[in-house]
Design a protein around this ligand. Structure first.
Ligand code: FAD
Ligand code: DLZ
Ligand code: SF4
Length: 508
């Protein structure tokens, strides 16, 4: 009797657990473009287009390899519109009573599969280095779950950049050599751009009609949508950008959207690339003398450290993690996040590129859009939904801990030991946005003062009871306390004025 093998839109890997457990001669692979998945948040049109195009090509590749694939297109007339619905429909059509699936990357869908009939056998997703059990073993009994220690375990486990039991070069982490301000000239032409083929074009037409009111531009779609293209994108990054990745990892430029970033999270998360092959390619580049250790170590840490750690937290903390709101923030997410007018150059540029590319690099997500949302006290739920919607690499397992935890401190400090907030000075040091901004980054108060400068102190002041005893924030509070009282009052009043403007639905 045929069994159904579910392959989701972010499980496009030929060795995915459910396919490994399947029998080509007897089982049927089920893949489905469905309204439920496409609309549970208002995804960026480029995210939907990428997902559907990659799914269609993956299905073609499976068929070519001899699999039978039951594929539902979004517009099929007999579709039920949901993943459990399609599984049930196919099960009935084929008389199948067994369904095998790889664990989804969102609790929402895990629960839906657990609740359905026929029963679904959920296999753990082994595209990751650390299984749930391994992560829990590591986390168990620790007072704090800092990424750095987890990362070292992953280095030992994989042998990446190891000399025996010692880290290559003697140190585990070379971040002290990274984080340079932006250079005047970027020598990397940006990620590989792929011209849409017929399959992708068909999907683009579908998305253009069905999702035209979603936030985001569909034009100029350039993502790779198959394994071959993703591998080429990886090669290009390793050859041309990796050597400088470390140096400029935290830099931002007004006229360059990618700097030396890999732009591979889209492919990694969908299954078109595998984390170990990516890390091995980077490691080879170090051994060949093509890329320095600070760059390669920094890059590998993002993948076997941060990415795995973030995932571990998502599954460990459970379905209610996304509802946390440690700081009690309730403000509506400002309209500027949806392209509304703002004179803040850094924010408008980060949002503009997000709308165009469904991509922003890490420091834009953390220190521009994330920082601003946290300073104004935006509702973390709304912030979380925004990130889940607008980025092509966003699935809850990776987006939520980054947003709720790292960026908004809404988990109370499981991930971040202090909130990622900054005044304009940090943004000015790491970018050239301020040069073309209507605000003046050096102005602390008065006409034209940078809003980050005002809101930063307002945040610290209003959350003093929560952070008073946080040693890592002692310096910030000491600086605040040293200011004279009149100045402090002016800052708080002017910041409040900005917040009132947001509440009145206007912008600044
Ligand atoms: P690079 O800077 O070139 O880094 C290489 C790779 O390292 C990335 O492709 C990614 O796989 C991995 N990586 C780096 N940092 C992280 C991290 N913090 N968590 C997980 N993986 C990481 N990443 C997502 O993949 N999906 C998301 O939905 C997502 N949401 C985020 C939300 C917020 C608020 C923040 C602050 C970060 C978020 N990140 C997310 C992490 C990070 O910003 C992206 O992985 C990165 O920008 C992807 O671009 P890149 O491939 O050019 O990365
Ligand atoms: C993101 C996405 C979208 C837009 N559409 C589909 C879809 O129609 N069918 C599907 O199988 N997967 C889709 N995905 C990816 C899923 O949302 C993703 O598998 C879950 O959120 C779990 O990570
Ligand atoms: Fe952003 Fe302030 Fe600089 Fe303007 S002056 S770009 S608002 S940090």
């Amino acid at each position: 009797e045929a069994r159904l093998i579910l392959v989701l839109g972010d499980q496009l890997w030929t060795d995915i657990a459910a396919l490994k457990a399947a029998d080509k001669d007897r089982d049927v692979v089920v893949m489905a473009e469905v309204a439920d998945e496409a609309t549970y948040v208002g995804h960026h049109p480029k995210k939907i287009a990428f997902c559907f195009a990659a799914m269609r090509k993956f299905a073609q590749a499976l068929r070519k390899a001899g699999w039978e694939v039951a594929y539902t297109e979004l517009d099929d007339t007999d579709t039920t519109g949901s993943i459990p619905g399609e599984l049930a429909r196919r099960a009935e059509d084929l008389g199948a009573t067994r369904i095998i699936a790889t664990e989804p990357g969102e609790w929402r869908l895990i629960q839906a599969l657990r609740d359905m009939s026929p029963k679904v056998e959920l296999l753990e997703d082994d595209r990751f280095l650390a299984s749930h059990a391994e992560f829990d073993d590591w986390a168990e009994g620790r007072k704090s779950l800092r990424m750095e220690y987890f990362y070292r375990e992953m280095r030992r486990k994989t042998g990446l950049l190891m000399q025996g039991d010692k880290p290559a070069g003697g140190d585990w982490n070379y971040d002290s050599e990274n984080r340079k301000p932006a250079p005047d000239k970027i020598t990397f032409d940006g990620p590989l751009r792929v011209t849409p083929d017929d399959t992708t074009q068909e999907v683009l037409d579908l998305v253009a009609t069905r999702f035209k009111s979603n936030f985001g531009t569909l034009d100029d779609f350039w993502f790779a949508t198959d394994r071959d293209g993703a591998l080429k994108a990886l090669d290009r990054f390793i050859a041309d950008a990796l050597p400088k990745f470390g140096d400029y990892q935290d830099a931002m430029l007004d006229d360059n959207r990618f700097l030396y970033h890999a732009v591979i999270s889209i492919y990694l998360n969908a299954g078109l690339l595998n984390p170990m092959e990516v890390c091995r390619a980077a490691e080879r580049s170090y051994h060949d003398g093509a890329a320095p250790l600070n760059a390669v170590e920094g890059f590998i840490r993002q993948i076997i450290g941060w990415r795995e750690y973030i995932r571990g937290i998502y599954y460990r903390e459970g379905p209610n993690y996304v509802k946390r709101n440690e700081l009690g923030h309730t403000r509506k997410l400002p309209d500027a996040y949806w392209g509304g007018p703002t004179d803040m150059r850094c924010l408008s540029k980060a949002v503009e590129q997000t709308r165009d590319e469904a991509y922003a690099h890490h420091i834009q997500r953390l220190m521009i859009t994330g920082n601003f949302a946290l300073l104004v006290g935006a509702d973390p739920q709304q912030v979380h939904e925004w990130y889940l919607e607008v980025y092509a690499d966003a699935y809850e397992w990776v987006e939520a801990p980054n947003t709720i935890g790292m960026s908004q401190f809404a988990d109370g400090g499981i991930i971040a030991s202090k909130p990622y907030v900054s005044s304009g000075a940090y943004i000015n040091r790491m970018s050239d946005y301020c040069k073309s901004c209507a605000y003046k980054v050096t102005k602390k108060t008065g006409e034209g003062a940078c809003p980050f400068n005002l809101l930063y102190w307002h945040f610290l002041d209003r959350h003093r009871p929560r952070f008073r005893d946080n040693h890592r924030m002692g310096n910030m509070y000491r600086t605040w306390d040293r200011m004279d009282e009149g100045k402090r009052k002016t800052i708080l009043d002017e910041a409040q004025h900005l917040l009132n403007k947001l509440d009145a639905g206007s912008s600044f």
